[in-house]
Design a protein around this ligand. Structure first.
Ligand code: GTP
Ligand code: MG
Length: 366
């Protein structure tokens, strides 16, 4: 990594210099306030010292020695090996088990096949299929009606629907690259265009200049103010500055979810639980097991509902339902494309069930 120290009067000035020299992908490694000596301890001048870095790829000029495998129980490598072993075990189990369809009479095969394709949890498919069998639902239309009812019941304790507009701050968390900033832009655009709300943005993603620019662009389009927050003091100032606004969206840096400390620090930075609605954004293209780990990592935070993105990039939405049921979390929105503000759907219980069962008639005729 190429590293360089910058000293400037203010953080924005330092960022400007860094961007000019290192480009948009520069990473801020550390920053601190420094004071010049001054005269007899007086007239000290405050400036900001920022250490910035830029990843550069270093190619080894000879083949590296292969490391001997040592399993340290706390290392990431070990947990990844364990996880892979678990996956292999599950795969072997699923090969040994008779196909789920084979356990039921033929008239149920189309529906079971569809639910499997959608990657609904096998346990849920079995529960639905048992009920269909017991209630003697023979035709696909009967089965669909029954399944819709069954799933609606299953989801009836979870809450669905977007921003409540009852709390001022909308806090959006989630791992890297899932679409947090884009989704904020979509939600904010709706709040402005449809609900005529006065909105503002706060970003705590001060690590990447490109990320700030991305949110600034959306804020600019909506003619909404944006504050970049480096400390709790900045945050309080932003809250004060946004006193007159109806709704404030808080964009956070997508960090590796394993860095739970990062999220904890963030919670310390944003301390206003009472007036905040917090959403956890997940990409529906991720592996279900990985999403489970993420949700578990975030359990100590007041996650109101989930948001699933990129459903246009997946053919199976069963995982979404599996996770909602398993973790007892409702759904605020799902997003189905890159276009802002169009590609976002406010979630409803019926809607998600319909989505799961969509296309089954085509499968039957094919
Ligand atoms: N196909 C598709 N792409 C999406 C959707 N939502 C977001 N994206 C794309 O996903 C990419 C990442 O989106 P961002 O909004 O920058 O994601 P982020 O979570 O803010 O990322 P970081 O801030 O880097 O953690 C962009 O190219 C978006 O256009 C969606 O619903 N469907
Ligand atoms: Mg972002």
């Amino acid at each position: 990594m190429k590293m360089k120290k910058y000293i400037a009067a203010t953080m924005p000035e330092a960022m400007k210099a860094i961007r000019k020299e290192l480009g948009d992908e520069a990473v801020i490694l550390s920053s601190k306030v420094v004071y010049s000596k001054g005269f007899l301890g007086m007239f000290k001048k405050k400036s900001i010292e920022v250490l910035a870095g830029m990843d550069s790829i270093e190619l080894p000029n000879k083949a590296p020695n292969l490391p001997t495998v040592q399993l340290d129980p706390d290392s990431n490598q070990t947990s990844e090996i364990k996880k892979e072993l678990e996956d292999i075990k599950n795969m072997v189990k699923s090969i040994q088990r008779p196909q789920l369809e084979q356990q039921y009479s033929e008239e149920l095969h189309t529906l079971i096949h569809h639910l499997k394709q959608q990657e609904l949890a096998e346990e849920l498919i079995t529960r639905v299929s048992d009920e269909l069998f017991v209630h003697g639902k023979k035709t696909i239309d009967e089965q669909l009606d029954f399944t819709k009812n069954y799933l609606n019941n299953l989801l009836s304790d979870l809450s669905f629907g977007g921003i409540s507009y009852e709390r001022k701050f909308i806090n959006v968390l989630g791992p890297t690259g899932v679409g947090k900033t884009t989704t904020i832009a979509k939600m904010a655009a709706r709040a402005v265009l449809e609900k005529k709300k006065k909105v503002g943005f706060i970003t705590t993603d001060t690590y990447r200049i490109a990320a700030i620019e991305q949110l600034k662009t959306y804020a600019g389009l909506l003619q909404a103010p944006i504050e970049i927050v480096y400390s709790q003091k900045d945050f309080q100032q932003a809250v004060h500055q946004f006193e007159k606004l109806d709704l404030v969206f808080i964009d956070t840096a997508g960090r590796n979810y394993k860095e739970v400390k990062f999220v904890e620090d963030l919670q310390k930075l944003i301390d206003f639980k009472d007036n905040t609605e917090t959403f956890l954004v997940l990409s529906s293209t991720s592996k279900e097991r990985d999403m489970e780990v993420i949700i578990e990592q975030f359990t100590e935070f007041p996650i109101e509902k989930l948001i699933f993105t990129k459903i246009d990039e997946t053919n199976s939405i069963g995982s979404m339902i599996n996770l909602m049921v398993k973790y007892n979390k409702g759904l605020a929105y799902y997003t189905d494309g890159q276009e802002v503000p169009e590609d976002i759907v406010e979630a409803s219980q019926d809607g998600i069930v319909e989505l799961l069962l969509k296309g089954i008639h085509n499968e039957r005729s094919s």
